[in-house]
Design a protein around this ligand. Structure first.
Ligand code: C5P
Length: 425
């Protein structure tokens, strides 16, 4: 893990967890190191964290690092007289608002499901009277095993919340389900369960698309575009900051997953559409992604070979689904407010109005990307908000300020509540 880059202090957290208390149980798992980032970013958001480190957990992270980052004592032993007199396991759970088990190993999940209490962590969990969130991680076969799945079903039925596991490369060298959820996802789950995210959009669900899509030519080549994802990611963070439960469907970008937002990573337009549909119903949809207009019509299972003397291959393209238009015409599941983007080099308003009608959305943020504007890939945007009732010209703003202003306008439109203090223009 690259702490230098990943753990740079976040200046603007989309939620405030001051006054909230987390009991963090760190069980054994190679991904335990990721929990250090959860601690650090949780502390930045004002969360007070007490921790229990199991014997397995202590094989992967040291009590010293956990104590230093939580700025609190780390509890390890059930039968420590000092700990029991200072802070028994009952008090540890009573004084917490939420209990997080991360990483949650197959072993601790089994103990929880069967009510075992043979160490401090399992005893505290059995005594828990607070919401419990677990972030499982293990080998793909261990996760898929009928015993683990039965234990997870038991825990779910008892109201225990899960974050992850994700799919991907596992530390054991295998690939599949079993990756610990990423820290921003864990923090978003904590924030959701602690019900912190209060704002004019509390209780509303938002869906945001961002970044480019990658359309494969063969297993190693793809068609893509230069979208950075900056604007879409900033919009997702801004909506979450106003209290919306926000899902970001993102193509491949260099942007970090925004805190307080659930980010779903996809590559192709078809995957982006499927992920959007899987996350309906929503109250708000903002389509900021630069979806590839075309994909390669034939799927090449093997790498196309460059043979001497042969002509270059001809790629036949097929048109991708239009996600904005699909969401705008989703019938009963249509979000109340659907917002699209239009990048135009000329006749900005005229083209935006035509797009509004063609796609069936409610607003178009029309971007002036004319030569010399530096909008694409840059940090600022020149935007008009075009709706059926007219056209609002916004001054040149940073992409972050465009996001803040758009989120405020959305809150205004849906609730009539003005978060005006937060809009710096
Ligand atoms: O048609 P055009 O690409 O100019 O429209 C741009 C708007 O439509 C953006 O909001 C973009 O996110 C959305 N879009 C989409 N799916 C596509 C193409 C564009 O959602 N296949």
């Amino acid at each position: 893990m690259e702490y230098g880059s990943d753990m740079a202090p976040t200046t603007s957290l989309p939620f405030d967890l001051r006054g909230k208390k987390l009991l963090l149980i760190i069980a054994g798992g190679i991904a335990a190191y990721k929990v250090l980032e959860v601690i650090r970013r949780g502390r930045e958001a004002g969360l007070e964290i007490r921790s229990i480190l199991t014997a397995g957990g202590a094989q992967f992270v040291t009590p010293l690092s956990v104590a230093a980052l939580t700025e609190n004592k780390v509890y390890q032993e059930i039968f420590s007289l000092t700990d029991e007199s200072e802070m028994g396991h009952i008090r540890l759970v009573r004084e917490a608002d939420l209990i997080l088990v991360a990483p949650a190993s197959a072993d601790i999940i089994a103990k929880m499901a069967h009510g075992l209490a043979d160490d401090l962590a399992s005893t505290a969990l059995l005594a828990a009277d607070k919401p419990v969130l677990i972030a499982p991680t293990m080998n793909v076969q261990m996760w898929a095993h009928a015993a683990t799945q039965a234990n997870i079903a038991t825990l779910r039925a008892r109201g225990i919340e899960l974050v992850g596991p994700g799919k991907g490369d596992l530390a054991c060298g295998e690939v599949g389900s079993g990756r610990l959820a990423e820290p921003p996802e864990i923090l978003a789950a904590i924030a959701r369960l602690l019900g912190h995210a209060q704002g004019p959009l509390s209780g509303k669900r938002a869906l945001v698309t961002s970044g480019p899509t990658y359309e494969p030519i063969d297993p190693v080549r793809y068609i893509a575009n230069r979208s950075s994802g900056k604007q879409g990611h900033a919009i997702a963070a801004a909506l979450a900051k106003l209290g919306a439960e926000t899902v970001l469907i993102s193509g491949p970008t260099r942007e970090p997953d925004p805190l307080g937002v659930r980010t779903v990573h996809i590559e192709t337009a078809a995957e982006m559409l499927a992920a959007c549909e899987a996350n309906l119903p929503a109250d708000i949809a903002v389509c900021a992604a630069a979806v590839a207009d075309w994909r390669v019509a034939e799927h090449h299972e093997q790498k196309l070979k460059k043979e001497a003397g042969q002509d270059a291959p001809v790629l036949r393209l097929a048109t991708n689904p239009d996600i904005l238009a699909t969401l705008s015409t989703a019938g009963a599941k249509r979000p109340s407010l659907v917002v699209g983007f239009a990048a135009e080099t000329e006749k900005l308003i005229e083209h935006a109005k035509a797009k509004l009608a063609r796609k069936g959305c409610d607003w178009i943020l029309a971007n002036d990307v004319g030569p010399g504007t530096g909008t694409f890939g840059g940090d600022s945007n020149l935007v008009h908000l075009v709706s059926r009732s007219g056209d609002e010209e916004w001054p040149r703003l940073s992409k972050l300020d465009v996001a803040t202003r758009l989120a405020a306008r959305i809150a205004d439109e849906l609730t009539g509540k003005h978060p005006t203090k937060e809009v710096k223009v």
